[in-house]
Design a protein around this ligand. Structure first.
Ligand SMILES: [Zn+2]
Length: 215
């Protein structure tokens, strides 16, 4: 069920050509080993046989996980929206969650979040709250933050890591508080899954920018 193609690729370092395998779609039920390669990012890693440089190549990929019922579309969102939207309705009827991911990092994190059975809206809210708390109460400098990452959910508590170059801080946020906040402002957090929405840090920041602009 997974689909791949061979193509000639020009090495960005030495300019010579070689063949690479690019996956257009991955189905985790029929190809569980490809699920591992997606989660690790190895599916995007290639090595030039001429100059032996390793690098990442990101092509559009549709990732379907029938067991956990989600489809991720890794894409910059150019050109294929109409075709993706046409496929959305039957998937939504079967209870799938549909998302677009702009980067490999968003993509691998989203696999983890949905396999854990967690709402990615709650995750983005928790990441936003953790970032604000890091800046406000610990006198952190926003420029120093290199990443804000979902770690896991354990006993109803979500763990978020805020990292800087020299340290990392973990924030523990009860899942029921996040769910309450989302329920209380359900209009603000509403998404249209038919559009394969991007639910990432840009998205959550835009929600809060909008509301502070109105205040
Ligand atoms: Zn090369």
């Amino acid at each position: 069920m997974s689909k791949s193609r061979e193509l000639k690729y020009t090495c960005p370092y030495c300019g010579r050509e070689f063949d690479i395998t690019v996956y257009e779609s991955v189905n985790t039920e029929t190809d569980p080993d490809l699920r591992d390669a997606c989660l690790s990012g190895d599916i995007f890693r290639h090595s030039c046989p001429h100059c032996h440089t390793d690098f990442m190549v990101q092509y559009p990929l549709v990732y379907a996980d029938p067991k956990h019922k989600f489809v991720l579309w890794l894409s910059q969102g150019t050109g294929e929206e109409a075709a993706m939207r046409a496929s959305a309705r039957p998937l939504l009827k079967q209870g799938y969650r549909l998302r677009r991911c702009a980067t490999v990092r968003e993509f691998t994190e989203k696999i983890q979040i949905f396999e854990d059975g967690v709402s990615d809206i709650a995750v983005e809210l928790a990441k936003y709250d953790s970032f604000i708390e890091f800046i406000d109460s610990r006198n952190g400098n926003p420029q120093d933050v290199t990443s804000v990452e979902y770690q896991n959910v354990s006993d109803g508590v979500m763990k978020i890591n805020v990292r800087t170059d020299d340290k990392g801080l973990s924030f523990l946020i009860p899942l029921n508080l996040l769910e309450e906040e989302i329920r209380a402002e359900s209009d603000r957090f509403e998404i249209n899954e038919e559009d394969f929405p991007l639910i990432n840090s840009d998205w959550i920041i835009s929600l809060f920018m909008e509301s502070s602009g109105q205040a």
